[in-house]
Structure formats: C-alpha cells, structure tokens
Design a protein around this ligand. Structure first.
Ligand code: MSP
Length: 644
C-alpha cells in the first residue's frame, strides 16, 4: 500500500523581535497536527524557520548596534532554542540566509522573468517603512498606515513588477473548485471577496541604493528581492526544489499554517507565483485568528507581549500546549490571561484528568495491591463504547484542525469516567468479597479508559501521555505513540502487571486572593470567568436545521407569573401574529425593561403550559441558570424576519 504523506509548515518568523505567544501558537498547532497525522499513519515532514531579510531587520540591527548578520544569528537562535522547549518536533529549520534557499529564489525569479511575467517600470507611491510596502490611498486610514499609524512617505523609484492579473480567474476557479483549500471557510470567503477587485501587479524589488540586505535579482544586480518573493519560496527551497527527494515526496501534500495577518501573501501571491513558475500549487492553507492578551492586541507599548518561555517555566509545557489548543477556536481570535490559564489548569488538568488518574491508580493499589486483575464480568458496565465515541470524535475534529473540539471530546470522556467512578462506587464494592469480580471489572475498565485518554492526548500533551502510559505499565512503541487504530482494542493493560503509586500529573496552582492570602480555584470559579464548556452534540444536517422556524420578535408586553420568580409571560410580535411566550428569565430581567426589546424566537416549538400559562414558542438566551443573557442583534430588524 502506498504511504500517506503530509507536509506542514509554519510561517517563517521575522527576526526583528523575540519569539512570543503568537509564534508559539502557530508552531504548536502545526506540531499537534503533525503528531496527529503520525498517529493516523502518515509519513510527515514539518518545517519552520526564520525570515531574515528586509528593512525591518536592518533597522532592528541598527538599534542594537550590530550588523544585520550578527543580529539575525542572535535572534534566530532564540527561535531555534524555543521549539524543543515547547516540545515542538520540526524536521527542519530554514533560514532565508541559507545559501540553498537563495539559489532557489534566484531560480524561481529567473523562470518567471524569462516567461515574461516580471517587468521593469517606474512607480511613485505611498510607502510605509514599517510594513515595507506601498499603500494605495484607499487602504490608508485618515492618510495613515492602518498598522503603524504613521503617514507613509512618498517614494518614486523604478522597480520590477510581477504581473498577477492574468492568473486571477484561474485562482478564483481553483479556490471555488477545491473546498478546504482555504480553511476555515470564512477565510475562503474573505479571499474570494478580495479577488472580486482586479489584482494589481506586485512590486517585487528594492533598489540597492535603499536596501542591500536581501537577495540580489539574478537579472539586475542593482536590485534586491522584495521580502515576500524571498520568504514564500522557503516552502519549496526547504524541500530541495526542483529535484530533491523531499520535494517529490512531500510537496503534493503541503499545507501551510498562518494567522489571518498574512492570508493575502499566502492565499494570493504564493499560488500565483507557483503557477507562473509552472509548479503545482500547495494543497491547503490553514488560517487561524489572533491571540490578544488581557483583552488587547499584543504590543510592546502596551507591555503585554507574552513570552512563552516565562509561561512554560511557570506552568509547564504540556499545560501551555493544552491551554492554547483548548482555548482558541481555530480561525477565531482568542484571549490569553494568566487567570484563565490557571483556571483551566486547575479545573481541566489537575481536577478532571489529574484526580481521575490518581484516584483510579490509588484504588487499584489499595484493592489489588497494584497488580492488574483479570477483567471477568459484564460487558454492560464497559466503558469501551464511550472510548470508541471519544476516539471517533477526536479523529474527526483533528482531521478538520478543530483542536478545541478534539480536546473537548477527550474531556467529555474523562467526565464520563468520573461519573462512572461515582456510579459504581468501588469503595463500596471493595467491602463485599462476592463483589470482587465486579470491582475488578470496574477498575479494569477505568484503567483501559485512562489508557485511551493517554493515547489520545499525545499530540497535544506528549509528556503527560508518556507519563500516564508508563504508569499504566504500557510499553510505548519506539516512535513514542500508538497509532489511532491500535487504541480502541479493549484490554491492553495486561493482567498481572504491577502498577506503582501514580505520579501527580498536574499539581493544583494556588491563586493569590485579593487580600493576599492563597486560595485554590474551584472548577466552578473557572466556569465563571473562562466560559462554560458546552456539551458537544451530534452533527445535524441542513435539513434538520431547516426544520426550525427561528424568527425575530419584538416584546410588546411582559409580566411576572404569580408564584414563580423565574418565569415571565411575554407577548411577542412576530410580524404575522403576536404570541404568548413563557420565558425563564425572571431572575435576570425586569419585565418593564423588556418592552420593545428584540428577541429570537423558536416559533414552531410545540405548545406547552407552564405554571398554568400557555407558551407558544421559546425565546433564545445564552449562559447558565444564574447568568442568562437574551440573544439579540446589533441593529433593529423587522419583527418576523427569519433567523438563518
Ligand atoms: N515573515 C513573515 C512570514 C513569512 S512566511 C513565508 C511574517 N513574520 S511574523 O514574525 O510577523 O509572523 C507572523 C505570524 O506569527 C502570524 O501569521 C502567526 O502565525 C504568528 N503570530 C504573530 N502574532 C500573532 C498573534 N497575536 N496571534 C496568533 N498568531 C500570531 O509575517
């Protein structure tokens, strides 16, 4: 059978600043994806590196009174040292100053130039030195660069340009006919809407009179290459394009991880550059959102640039990796605060996982002297079907790069196991001799469940996975993980194996209270400030969804229902008619404040009677029993508008 291959890349990071949380996220996400593909029996190649040419680097070097080369060597080392500390297993680290890379950039430029897609022309425009690019007037905000907030300089110079317009229709067609090429979907929409405007040609050079720190154009030694034409090429130069074995093996499955800031170069310039050079384009682009820190964009001036080394020194690598994968919905922005990190560590890792692990192994030690018993009874008490559901859910989510869902699925299984312990109360079974076989079966099921969890968390928390598997007496395969299809088979923790006292996986973290004393965060606290973990429900089809008649309504009248502090009786205008709806929002909303308010109503919900009052629908709200907030809209919409 042919081997399945997978090539993942991160952006190559600028070395004008030290590595931070954002760089760590992309690289860890790509590492998690790589490890997962390995579990899914793929031969993988994972590339990261640094982007070392350009004005920004020269400016940063000058500030430190260093030559560009000294400076890039220093910062690149920080990136190279960081990845192993974060358990990142990249196969290669590429630098744009590598001679082999420079050769491939020259090769590509020559090919595209020979083909006639690069031309020389004079240009006057608004140039932002911070962004290293020209701006169109319409892109400026009040005449200033939107990223740097400074007015660009007017610069006139002759330069080389790459003709992109002729490839525009081809690119649109490629995106439309290859679902998943740009992932997640919202970024595909963003690119397609950008491509509705005619593409302008791309300036790909800088005169050496202004910048020398770059790759000289092979067809004009007075010019160097503009950064993107240099940087993007790393993805193929690293594989030894054109003839390298790695290129042949891995390029067809290339998938790039980037954040939304560089979607345009990756989603537009790069495929067109490849097409123009006659090279097959990459297989996919995974675009994620931005991490803010304590609610603000990370920036030196705000002082919230988060150093991954400091965080992992304090909380551990696996906890950091877990937090990043669990907290960010891939594609959307997320917020990093130390409070939320600590809450997750205490609730998910120390409490849910850590306690379960130590509870089960301690019971095993107490009741069976640490020797794994034979599993003798009753398949009806087996956890195997829950384990299968967890493996399936995990595999599905990981295949779609939904790391948050994949981790949530595993934690759902952990929660089922915690319930299983409470339900079977092994401490009671241990008191009756005739219950020994049942006790053995319960403990064996739990050991098997823990083994499943240990195998599944490998991509996100490789260190913890190993610790758990070792404590369960498993022989870990040489490559460090179990293949996905080896996990399911129940009964792999061998009877007769001696298991020792379990290590503590995640110690609870004391949180200083406002008065300076230390307090332990309870899981409930976490829920309050970090958001609740919604129950993942089975996938529904569009048809299922279309069965719901969701409409906007305007509340005409609201009153309390006698005898209940929770229920309110609402008269809701649905455009076509006015309905009476009983809603459980009485503790959060004052009836008189609700009049005139727009709500979302499930209009075809079966009629019900609550506290003697008829309810002809339901209004939608989010939150917990204590904190409920009505769903609504930014601006007013006519009552009865369908909600889609
Ligand atoms: N050198 C270019 C990339 C060239 S790739 C051929 C570059 N470098 S960068 O250092 O600015 O890195 C940008 C990338 O860093 C983002 O696309 C993302 O992967 C990561 N992040 C930087 N800040 C980030 C956040 N605040 N949040 C999440 N990721 C972010 O652009």
């Amino acid at each position: 059978m042919e081997t399945k291959t997978q090539f993942f890349t991160t952006p190559i990071y600028y070395v004008n600043a030290r590595p931070h949380l954002g760089h760590a996220y992309t690289t860890i996400a790509a590492d998690v994806a790589t490890r997962f593909k390995q579990m899914d029996d793929h031969d993988t190649y994972f590339l990261t590196g640094t982007d070392e040419h350009g004005d920004k680097i020269v400016q940063a070097a000058q500030k430190q009174h260093q030559s560009p080369r000294e400076y890039v060597n220093k910062i690149t080392r920080l990136f190279q040292d960081l990845w192993p500390r974060l358990s990142v297993q990249n196969n290669q680290f590429i630098r744009t100053t590598d001679p082999a890379h420079i050769q491939v950039v020259e090769n590509l430029l020559t090919r595209i130039h020979d083909k006639g897609d690069i031309y020389f022309s004079s240009y006057e425009g608004q140039y932002c030195f911070g962004c290293e690019r020209f701006y169109q007037d319409r892109e400026l905000v009040e005449g200033k660069c939107p990223d740097h907030g400074v007015a660009p300089a007017t610069i006139k110079e002759s330069n080389y340009f790459f003709k992109m317009g002729q490839y525009q229709d081809w690119l649109i067609d490629h995106i439309k006919t290859h679902p998943g090429f740009i992932h997640p979907r919202q970024y595909e929409t963003e690119l397609l809407s950008f491509l509705k405007e005619p593409l302008e040609d791309l300036c790909i050079s800088r005169p050496k009179s202004r910048l020398t720190w770059g790759i000289t154009l092979p067809f004009d030694s007075d010019y160097v290459t503009y950064v993107w034409f240099d940087a993007l090429v790393n993805y193929i130069s690293a594989l030894g394009y054109p003839d390298g074995a790695l290129f042949k093996k891995f390029w067809p499955t290339a998938r790039h991880f980037v954040a939304k800031d560089i979607i345009k170069p990756h989603g537009i310039y790069w495929p067109i550059m490849l097409k123009a050079a006659g090279i097959d384009i990459y297989a996919g682009l995974n675009v994620h959102g931005f991490w803010n820190v304590s609610g603000s964009k990370m920036s030196k001036s705000v002082g919230n640039v988060t150093d991954p080394v400091a965080v992992t020194d304090r909380y551990g690598v696996d906890a950091f990796r877990y937090f990043l994968m669990r907290e960010m919905v891939f594609g959307l922005d997320a917020n990093f605060t130390e409070d939320v990190l600590v809450s997750r560590i205490n609730a998910d890792l120390a409490n849910d996982l850590g306690n379960l692990f130590s509870r089960v192994l301690s019971m095993h030690l107490r009741y069976f002297k640490g020797i794994v018993p034979a599993m003798t009874t009753a398949p009806d008490i087996s956890l195997a079907s829950d384990a299968r559901a967890a493996i399936d859910g995990f595999q599905k989510a990981m295949t779609r790069y939904e790391f948050h869902k994949a981790t949530a699925t595993v934690w759902q299984f952990i929660s089922s196991m915690n319930k299983y312990v409470d339900m079977h109360e092994p401490w009671k079974l241990a008191k009756a001799t005739e219950k020994r076989p049942l006790l053995a079966a319960v403990i064996c099921n739990l050991l098997e469940g823990l083994r499943t969890v240990a195998c599944l968390i490998y991509p996100v928390m490789p260190g913890t996975s190993e610790k758990m598997l070792t404590a369960l007496g498993m022989t870990i395969p040489e490559k460090g993980f179990f293949l996905l299809d080896q996990i399911l088979s129940w009964g792999q923790v061998q009877p007769g194996t001696r298991l020792a006292k379990p290590p503590i996986l995640f110690p609870r973290i004391d949180v200083p209270a406002k008065d300076g004393s230390k307090k332990k965060t309870a899981p409930a606290d976490r829920k309050k400030d970090a958001g609740v973990t919604p129950e993942t429900k089975p996938v529904i089809t569009m048809e299922d969804f279309a069965k719901m008649d969701l409409r906007t309504g305007t509340i005409d009248a609201a009153e309390k229902i006698a005898g209940s502090d929770k229920l309110l009786k609402l008269q809701v205008d649905l455009g076509t008619d006015t309905r009476q709806v009983v809603a459980g929002i009485g503790r959060q909303y004052n009836p008189k404040d609700l009049v005139g308010r727009q709500v979302v109503v499930v209009a075809n919900l079966q009629q019900a009677t609550l506290m003697g009052e008829e309810s002809q629908g339901m209004v939608l709200a989010a939150g917990t029993k204590k904190e409920l907030v009505l769903a609504g809209f930014d601006t007013r919409v006519p009552p009865g508008s369908p909600v889609k």
